[in-house]
Design a protein around this ligand. Structure first.
Ligand code: EPU
Length: 435
């Protein structure tokens, strides 16, 4: 099958885009909400599900395990887990989706056992699962590896509450243990829990359906286990994608005369807003909108700023590559320090080939010096977020760029080319062979 590519006509650093761009539901909230339906005795409706590859894969996974998934509208699905017939995660899909790991918590808690392969996803570092295995063991489960499959069984078929201190404030581990604890016997305390807004959204929904969870919005969560939850007529509304919001903000700052980002939550992107304001970008926030106004400023009028990725509310690792593109266009030297993953700077070499002045210091740090006009070229998107960074680089570059591996971008962004076309970008999805 021929691979798809994006052909983008660069704006040579000019600010020509304008209009309104809408943010969709958050991938990393939607995937966990789907997993959480395993905690329910009745069907759960999820609204504002983004129509992206990763969500489709997760739905396929649920269906393969016997869950009845009904599409109600384009972005609304109903999940009935009463028809669940296995505690084995289908290996083929699970290996291609990191979020499959969050299914292990509710599956183990509901059925007493879970069988799963090492989860896949973006190749951005080691991505171990030691925290998951250790946590399950603390909750009274026995874990072993048989033929490259993890087999985890709860003692007497039921998990018990435990105290779990997360050595790293892992997003998926926090979500997994919250869900496992909701059906476990007794009390679970999760310390150094991650604070990402997608987690809070999940917790609030679970509480509204009967879960007993204290400490929402803090790093210590106390969960008292009980029986299966009931959604009754409540539905889960997927919150706006803050990474999409942030990426649009960067596009607006670099390439728009004026841009309004709608259906977003500005409080979820404060770390980026702070960076942009410091650099000299004018942004005005509303309750669910953000406007970028240029005041005739060129990108070289903006100044560099050091970035250090951090767990929420710090600067998100998922916006690290997009912001690095921003920094190639502004004046001055900026250090980008990726503290979460060890393989998430590989895109920098491609930016250098486009003409960016970037020094790769080690696997966690790059030094970016701007402002440099980039030249369009052929690019191979290494992962989802770097893929979007390449779109941004192609937008500001001089000449045409061809981005291969669009599949990686489709995993996280719904119909991105259409939304960018609506604000004036020349972008085509074309069929072609890999380079
Ligand atoms: N970690 C361990 N052991 C574990 C699990 C994690 O050492 O068992 C370490 C990781 O190696 C990393 C750190 O903990 O250094 C934090 O990783 P985390 O577990 O929080 O990442 P994740 O849960 O696998 C989620 C998002 C990522 C996002 C990170 C950080 C999902 C499905 N994925 O991953 O999103 O980058 O949190 O915010 O929620 C993306 O959407 O493109 C993406 C990669």
């Amino acid at each position: 099958m021929p691979a798809e590519q994006f052909l983008i006509k660069g704006l040579s650093g000019k600010k020509e885009l304008h209009g309104t761009i809408r943010v969709n539901g958050a991938k990393n909230a939607a995937l966990k909400a789907i997993a959480a339906t395993l905690l329910f005795k009745d069907p759960v409706t999820i609204k504002n599900l983004p129509d992206i590859e990763d969500v489709r894969r997760m739905i396929d996974l649920m269906r393969e395990m016997g869950v009845t998934v009904t599409k109600k509208e384009k972005h609304t699905y109903i999940f009935d887990t009463n028809t669940l017939r296995t505690s084995h995660l289908p290996p083929k899909i699970s290996k291609r989706l990191r979020a499959s790991i969050v299914l292990t918590g509710p599956l183990l808690a509901r059925t007493g056992q879970v069988h799963f392969p090492h989860p896949g996803g973006c190749v951005i570092g080691k991505r171990p699962i030691d925290l998951f295995i250790e946590g399950f063991q603390k909750m009274g489960a026995h874990a072993r590896v048989v033929n490259e499959t993890y087999v985890v069984r709860a003692k007497k078929g039921k998990l018990s509450g435990a105290e779990i201190f997360l050595r790293s404030a892992s997003v998926t581990a926090t979500e997994t243990f919250i869900m496992a604890a909701v059906l476990a016997k007794g009390k679970t305390i999760i310390k150094n829990a991650a604070l990402e807004p997608e987690i809070e959204s999940l917790i609030r929904f679970l509480i509204s359906c009967g879960a007993r969870i204290k400490g929402v919005g803090t790093t210590t969560l106390e969960i008292t286990g009980g029986s299966l939850l009931s959604a009754k007529k409540r539905s889960y509304l997927t919150p706006p994608d803050r990474i999409e919001t942030g990426s649009f903000l960067i596009i607006g700052a670099l390439a728009a005369r004026e841009l309004e980002i709608t259906h977003c939550n500005p409080t979820h992107v404060e770390a980026l807003l702070e960076v942009l304001r410091y650099a000299g970008v004018r942004v005005v926030t509303g309750t669910t909108t953000i406007r970028i106004k240029q005041n005739g400023k060129k990108n070289s009028d903006f100044t560099g700023v050091d970035i250090k990725t951090h767990e929420y509310p710090g600067f998100p690792t998922d916006l690290q590559a997009p912001v690095a593109v921003f920094l190639t266009q502004v004046t001055g030297e900026s250090l980008v320090f990726e503290t979460i993953f060890e393989g998430r700077l590989s895109y920098a070499e491609e930016l250098i080939r486009m003409g960016a002045n970037i020094k790769i210091m080690d696997q966690h740090r790059i030094m970016v010096k701007g402002s440099k006009l980039l030249s369009g070229r052929e690019l191979e998107s290494p992962d989802l977020r770097a893929g979007l960074a390449f779109i941004i680089a192609a937008i500001v570059a001089k000449g045409q760029s061809l981005i291969h591996n669009v599949y990686n971008i489709d995993r996280g962004y719904e119909n991105i080319e259409e939304r960018l076309r609506q604000i004036g970008l020349s972008i085509e999805r074309i069929q072609g062979d890999q380079p």
